[in-house]
Design a binder for this molecule. Structure first.
Ligand code: UT7
Length: 331
């Protein structure tokens, strides 16, 4: 009989570029103000990778820290999952990270689920551990959205920042740290938030033409995405809690994708979760897409706010549209 394993999250890490752009700087770029950005979003600054900065480097730095905290050697890692929408190479960046870490035994692949990527990756990684296939997995959420931001569009450019966060997940015969989850997608609303390839016909020979082109900058219907998030995120958290046989009161921390402070507040209010349990660091980093949850996790773990045994309800939401929640125990 197959012995099902439990999951322990044993390490975390994060990395952000050195360059910070504050709201006053943004207002020199587009017609906006610190007052508008901070009251409508809670964001005060964002970190931006420079032209030499790579996703590989940010992701590898975050992963190294997570491995160190978990006291795991890179050579003991079985699998690396990189959740990202902004790879250095469309064929995948995870293998470059595998090489950079020296994780010679590890298989590595990219996973794309936009701002839900970390939660989707967590659940994907958990399946490999639960089945006993792998014992040690590094999950990274990393994005360099600045590459694909339309810097002339004030409705979106003020929101995003660059960064990376990582966790180490290991099998355990003790209590299972992934208590419940729920993942959802709705492609009918895909056009609300896109970073789409736009092909132009390119004639080859005879009557054969293929499509070649480039990706268009991020476009978002902010109000639609806002409405979607505030409605769907509480639902998916409740579903994951139901699966975990937990009540809302048993959550120690609410850790949402850091898109907008108003979304965090509205979701917490709908669920009846008090402000002091809501983790928020978007003032410093903006919306870092797949990185936002592990980046915030790393901060609260390293500051000592989150303690071993604490139960965290995490939820990602964004392009796809995708959304999902995972209830997990820290260590
Ligand atoms: O990570 C993926 C998930 N993404 C999200 O969850 C984002 C969800 N959406 C949001 O967070 C919000 O919809 C935004 C922050 C994007 C926008 O906030 P809003 O309160 O929904 O603003 P709005 O789009 O309704 O715009 C209100 C006004 C408009 O002006 P008028 O038409 O009322 O005159 C906009 O043109 O604010 C204007 N505006 C701005 N003004 C100054 C929009 N962006 C800006 C800006 N600075 N940066």
């Amino acid at each position: 009989m197959v012995q099902l394993s439990g999951i322990a999250i044993t390490g975390c890490g994060s990395a952000v570029p050195n360059v910070a752009l504050g709201n006053d700087g943004m207002s020199r770029l587009v017609d906006t103000s610190d007052e508008w950005i901070s009251t409508r979003t809670g964001i005060r600054q964002r970190r931006l990778a420079d032209a030499q900065g790579s996703l590989r480097q940010l992701a590898s730095d975050a992963a190294r820290q997570a491995l160190e905290m978990a006291a795991v050697q890179a050579t003991d890692v079985d699998l690396i999952i990189l959740a990202t929408s902004t790879p250095d190479d469309l064929f995948g960046t995870a293998s470059q990270i595998q090489a950079e870490l020296g994780a010679t035994r590890a298989a590595a692949f990219d996973l794309t689920a936009a701002c839900s990527g970390f939660v989707f990756g967590l659940v994907t990684a958990a399946q490999f551990i639960r089945t006993g296939t792998y014992r040690t997995i590094v999950l990274i959420g990393a994005d360099v959205l600045s590459r694909w931001t339309d810097w002339s569009d004030r409705r979106t450019c003020v929101l995003f920042g660059d960064g990376a966060g990582a966790i180490v997940m290991q099998s355990t015969s003790e209590r299972d740290g992934l208590l419940g989850f729920e993942l959802r997608s709705d492609g009918n609303q895909n056009n609300c938030l896109t970073l789409a390839f736009q092909p132009q016909p390119h004639h080859l020979v005879d009557d054969i033409a293929i499509g070649q082109g480039s990706f268009q900058p991020i476009a978002m219907n902010g109000q639609e995405v806002y409405r979607f998030a505030v409605k769907k995120v509480p639902e998916v958290i409740e579903k994951a809690l139901f699966r975990a046989h937990l009540s809302v009161e048993q959550i120690d921390w609410l850790l949402l994708h850091q898109a907008n402070q108003r979304i965090l507040d509205a979701v917490a209010q709908r669920l009846g979760i008090p402000d002091e349990k809501v983790i928020s660091n978007m003032a410093q980093y903006g919306n870092t897409s797949a990185a936002s949850i592990p980046l915030a996790l790393d901060e609260v773990v390293r500051s000592g706010r989150v303690q071993p045994g604490d139960v965290i309800a995490a939820a990602g939401f964004g392009a796809g549209l995708t959304w999902g929640a995972a209830i997990f125990r820290w260590r």
